[in-house]
Design a binder for this molecule. Sequence first.
Ligand code: GCV
Length: 702
Amino acid sequence: MNSPTSSTDTTPAHPAWLPSSAFAAVGRRRVAVRGDGALVGTIAAEVAGATAAHGGSFTRLDPGSGVGDADLVLTLTEDDDAPGPDDGGSACDAEDESFRLLRDDGAVVVQSASDRGLLYGFFHVVRLGEAAFTGPDAVETHAPATPLRMLDHWDNVAVHDVMGQVERGYSGGSIFYADGEVRADLSRVEEYARLLASTGINRVAINNVNVHAREARLLTDGLPDVARIAAAFRPWGIRVHLAVSFAAPMTLGGLPTADPLDAGVARWWRDAADRVWARIPDFGGFVVKADSEGQPGPFAYGRDHADGANLLAAAVEPHDGLIHWRAFVYDHRQDWRDRSTDRARAAHDNFAPLDGRFADNVIVQVKHGPMDFQVREPISPVLAALPRTRVALELQVTQEYTGQQKHAVYLGRAWSEILRFDFLAGAATPPVPEPGTTTSSDIPPGPTTVAGLVANSGGLVAVSNAGDDEFWTGHPFAQANLYAYGRLCWDPAADPVGLLGEWIAMTFPGAAPGVAGAIHEILDDSWETYELYTAPLGVGFMVRPGHHYGPDVDGYEYTPWGTYHFADRDGIGVDRTVATGTGFAGLYPSPWREIYESAETCPDELLLFFHHVPYTHVLHSGKTVIQHIYDTHFEGVERVERFVATWSEARSSLPADAARLAARVTDRLTEQLRSATDWRDQLNTYFLRKSGVPDTHGRTIH
Ligand code: GCV
């Protein structure tokens, strides 16, 4: 786990994708900023800094004044801006985060009805660089796909015995907490807020969803400190949320119960919420992990998750607050001998029957896959099973199961695939629900992709990968994941490789062209590379128990966690069919239920998630399962060898001030190669010994 943070570390943070040189195009120009509003001050300070650094000029204009001959005008919408009927803009609408960009003969005007929209417009121009001014005349409107674009931190205030300062954190300590307290110096939080705002993130939950005793108190006597953190985020248009313990009325309030239907409990939560909003008027709401992995919840009182969530929803409703209620609920004390219980079904079984019962300000937060952030899983059917409930997609930017920021793994491509997944697979009309079913087949007409389902609902949430590490993310290349997550929240249809290109261009401005090419060579297909040398064909969880790093094929096989692959001498995989298995495949709407039900039509990459097959089963690729395992593991390592060679050539073209970054990347790639080799040898050896089937190419398997 990560090491405890050091509160005395003074190494300046790497600027990530916002180095001064990324502002050169704006900073060389005559820039005017017009309008009132807290965030307009933020923009003005940014422009003042950029123009001072790069030789341009900056004017702060009063509302209503003329804009003169500026090259770039950043202005709140004023009456004479007369937005057209299609713009959707209305003056002074704080909730409207859209902005308009008008380019006329190289002069650019960015307008927005809100200061947040203007901030996003400013960063849009920064991202475009020179192209912002040299492009053809244009009038463009940009708006986020969803108003809810959030990051969760799994940071502990007090270092946890097992999980450390940041649960599943691989980037040093917490930027919020050190030595059991909220940090006195929150300047890293301010820098972080700026980075996030530049990608469009607008909400952050600041503590671990596993709420331990010290962290629970953030809700009560810790509030002044939470208010300080909120103040650090506020100039960047980001609202703060807290993870809370369902048992708080007992552990903090001294009540005899936390029963969601108890009037005293309801009163306690109302008072708690009133105190929070009195202190932090723009507070966002609470995040709750209940009845999951030992966290308290409504089951203890014979109540369900709608009862639990609605209790908190009523408390925050007078303040327009939100409850993010996690759907990650399953039995973690399963008997591995029992093949009828399927962890993949659990969230659906618990939540689908509750559809329609959640209050309007409850957001059910659903992990993208039915298990737990594996490198490859099918899309969670829960996302389409709650048409009368607000639902958020939960992703994991921190690389718990995808190389822990020691391996270069760009996840933008994975997330893009998830967001584009269409529950109806392009079917023209939704299928007619089968009588008496409560499964996802009755999703309403309308957008049926994951992005479409969450856009006007609960939006997106992801677990952050940032910490107090010099490079923010441990592996400097993992910054690209944080960046791409924010950008995909704003535009889920964006090309993920294009976003990677944006991150490279901003992070390494002016670097030799070979550098960008090399980073693309390493990262573009790195998610697939990681999949090649780790767990095959959607099977998952072949990691060391506990810390989840490195190979251990049977590590979780005979444990209570419900994460099995069922490999024996004849075959491997989990039968999740309706016909002979756990029935999980039947939780999808058509045509996916039929596609997944049959081993003939199931996509290769998910075969072992849905089917138990012999090692000699022939994939669509034409290879047998066993040969696929051997080939992919050899290929994965070969690819990482190429990453190492590519980087060792590219790093010599980096400027001297990137030496520390270059060295860090080299160290991480060295570890990635060692680990990938370990994965290859353990996996191939295990399956050769288990199956007795030799590699057709006769390569070394131990
Ligand atoms: C915060 C997985 C992780 C846990 C995490 C949990 C969750 O089980 O290993 O560390 O707990 O997911 O998402 O709540």
